[in-house]
Ligand binder design. Structure first.
Ligand SMILES: *Cc1c(COP(=O)(O)O)cnc(C)c1O
Length: 387
């Protein structure tokens, strides 16, 4: 993060705002592209992590595909340069209208999560005289070892069809004239840092593929989803996720069949570190046993700490660390006790007007901002003015 550029932006813009490091996004995309090209892997950017137009424009310029979870995301992806033929459409609750958007754009694939969904897509496709390419989202029952709200690949989660249902679902698909099964889809969860979980996923996919081999069913595409984590504690030490190790696990453990293509859907690991929520200290308040730094940003701008108890690195950008460092509970202005960015955060002596950066807020930050308390949505500011 370029502190000078950031302080200049803080002078010119009303806080709170999101500050995006576009140079870091560019270098992240470069490294991702090199790592994926090495194995000829296909990467789809998961739009739900960040749908900022400038961010989308840069990502699509690298030729990556998109992973969308709503009809509006499909339309926005197309408007920002993603190729419809590289768009996967996921989600347990696609509406009829959203299915029509997908069919109308001739997207790459619907990732289907239930029997009824497949029947409805078949019906709509037949009405529109289209063939819908689908992948079956299978719940692999692999533990991603992450927060329970962002674990998606266990049998108790709402996502995907169970391994025990595969035979029945495949039979149903054979009776659906407007459905073309092109692959399998998996996604075990988000902010996965223990890469062993992906080895477990590979081994499970291999077993499931054996079953399809026995039916002599060739599938062209395997999609293993996303979830690769970032280093929330040390964004300056590890600004770019370890894409190479991530892909090499799949290269080592996943047994692709002849001609099969492997797909990934990465969100957080592409945009997480590039975003910072920039805020100003409104007040310092001395409590009974602690000091509060009250910011002009709160859970309305960044809900992750309140929702998942997630920890973001907090920095006072106006002051250098010094001997007067003390502990603050860094809180927002919203009338909810969960509106707290961090307890007992060690900061230089902090005063009204200081600029605070909440780091690694690029994923699931701005996209989840709300107008609760009738607050304005935060601005987005970029680290450079080209592109
Ligand atoms: C959210 C999601 C992703 C992206 O997850 P990240 O943790 O941001 O990489 C990928 N695939 C599916 C199906 C998702 O729901």
């Amino acid at each position: 993060m370029n502190v000078k550029d950031l302080m200049k932006s803080a002078e010119e813009n009303t806080t709170p705002f999101y500050y995006y490091d576009m140079e870091l996004l560019d270098s992240t995309l470069n490294k991702l592209k090199d790592a994926a090209d090495k194995y000829k892997y296909n990467v789809h950017y998961a739009l739900k992590a960040n749908t900022n137009g400038r961010v989308l424009d840069l990502i699509s310029s690298y030729g990556f595909g998109a992973d969308c979870v709503s009809g509006n995301e499909i339309n926005k992806a197309v408007a920002h340069g993603f190729c419809p033929g590289q768009i996967a459409f996921a989600g347990v609750g696609k509406t009829d209208k959203e299915i029509e958007v997908g069919l109308g754009n001739d997207i790459f694939c619907f990732n289907c999560e239930s029997v009824q969904e497949i029947e409805v897509i078949n019906e709509i496709a037949s009405r529109e005289k289209k063939i819908a390419d689908i992948a079956l989202r299978i719940n692999p029952n692999v533990d991603a070892n992450t927060h329970k709200y962002i674990t998606t690949g266990r049998t108790e989660n709402k996502f995907g069809i169970l391994v025990t249902e595969i035979a029945a679902v495949v039979k149903l698909i054979e009776s659906c004239k407007n459905i073309n099964l092109i692959g399998l889809h998996f996604h075990i969860g988000s902010q996965v840092t223990d890469l062993i979980a992906y080895r477990d996923l590979c081994l499970r996919v291999n077993e499931i593929q054996n079953w399809f081999d026995k039916q002599s069913m060739g599938l062209r595409h395997i999609n293993v989803g996303g979830g690769l984590g970032i280093d929330y504690d040390n964004p300056d030490v590890n600004p770019v996720a370890d894409f190479e190790s991530f892909f090499s696990i799949f290269n080592t453990y996943l047994k692709l069949r002849n001609g099969q293509e492997l797909h990934f859907e990465l969100g957080r690991s592409i945009v997480g570190v590039i975003g910072n929520l920039i805020s100003k200290v409104l007040y310092i308040k001395e409590g009974a046993s602690k000091s509060f730094a009250i910011l002009d940003a709160g859970m309305t701008e960044l809900i992750r700490p309140a929702l998942y108890n997630s920890k973001h690195k907090i920095e006072n950008v106006s002051k250098h660390a010094n001997s007067s460092n003390t502990f603050y509970d860094v809180v927002g202005p919203i009338c909810e006790s969960s509106d707290c960015f961090g307890a007992e955060i060690n900061l230089p002596a902090t005063a009204r007007g200081d600029i605070i950066a909440i780091r690694c807020a690029g994923a699931y930050g701005e996209v989840m901002a709300s107008n609760y308390n009738l607050r304005e949505k935060p601005l987005a500011v970029y680290s450079r003015n080209s592109n």
